[in-house]
Design a protein around this ligand. Structure first.
Ligand SMILES: NC(=O)c1ccc[n+]([C@@H]2O[C@H](COP(=O)([O-])OP(=O)(O)OC[C@H]3O[C@@H](n4cnc5c(N)ncnc54)[C@H](OP(=O)(O)O)[C@@H]3O)[C@@H](O)[C@H]2O)c1
Length: 251
């Protein structure tokens, strides 16, 4: 049997890296796109191979995608986790739209002919609750890009369903990932507050999100398409005023 080939876009750090580790542990071929190489231990994960490219460079991105298919064969799964992190003097609005929307669309369009018809085929786009709610610490571009990703996901879910390609979204609340663990270790009051306001009683982790993505990619989700799953321990179920009333400081 052919090994499952998964492309993880934005898999060099954060949630994407947790997903690459999970898929590698399950024996997949995992092709990874990012601007940098990951840490040395992740460079040698069995089955993983990294392409270092800035996705905003369409020409280099096109060449990398061609190379991935040529070297590793047709795709079964495609997951988007890239996140615009800005840069000095850059236009953040343009950067968000280009990275979250234009690059996602371009990659999907280029790769549709290269999905393996003999395998379970799925695309997952990782968004954010900021696609549905207003997050005061994020700028307008992030909100519009995340809302756009939701609709892009639904559009492709409808258009690609007849080809047997399922498309879903995952929206994580703030999660603990390797890069943020020391911050939350030093800020225990904030972490405790997350724990108290989250119905399931803890902060989520990059691994919680990776497991949800893996489920949506796999055969157990064979009849699910066009859905956006919140991975937030139930936080988005609560009416904000109830949180304020319950946790308001005593007089
Ligand atoms: N972490 C959270 O708590 C959280 C909460 C809500 C939603 N999310 C969503 O979850 C997704 C992943 O978040 P994260 O926190 O794991 O992000 P992250 O740690 O910043 O990782 C982002 C990934 O995107 C890659 N990337 C960024 N710009 C790129 C470019 N121009 N070209 C190619 N690759 C690029 C990065 O690779 P390089 O660094 O090598 O360039 C990295 O692999 C995002 O969609 C984010 O909005 C995360």
């Amino acid at each position: 049997m052919n090994r499952i080939h998964t492309l993880v876009v934005g898999g060099t750090r954060g949630i994407g890296r947790a997903l690459v580790r999970l898929f590698c542990s399950e024996g997949h071929l995992v092709s990874v796109i990012g601007r940098h190489q990951p840490d040395s231990a992740d460079q040698v994960l069995p089955g993983a191979r990294h392409w270092t490219v800035d996705m905003r460079d369409e020409r280099r991105l096109g060449a990398a995608l061609k190379d991935i298919i040529r070297r590793r064969g047709k795709l079964s799964r495609l997951v988007f986790l890239q996140r615009y992190r800005g840069g000095d003097g850059e236009d953040a609005w343009a950067g968000e739209i280009e990275l979250a929307l234009t690059a996602t669309k371009n990659i999907i369009e280029r790769l549709i002919p290269h999905f393996d018809e003999s395998a379970e085929r799925a695309i997952v786009i990782v968004g954010s609750p900021a696609g549905d709610f207003i997050a005061s610490e994020r700028d307008l571009g992030y909100h519009v890009a995340k809302a756009g990703q939701n609709q892009l996901m639904r559009y492709y879910a409808a258009v690609l369903a007849p080809y047997g390609i399922r498309v879903n979204g995952v929206s994580p609340a703030t999660v603990l990932k390797e890069e943020s663990k020391s911050f939350y270790a030093k800020n225990r009051r904030l972490r405790d507050f997350y724990r108290r306001i989250t119905p399931l009683g803890r902060m989520g982790t990059a691994e919680d999100v990776a497991e949800t993505i893996a489920f949506l990619c796999g055969p157990k989700a064979a009849f699910i398409t066009g859905q956006n799953i919140f991975v937030d321990g139930g936080l988005s179920l609560l009416w904000q005023e109830s949180i304020v009333r319950k946790h308001a400081p005593p007089k």
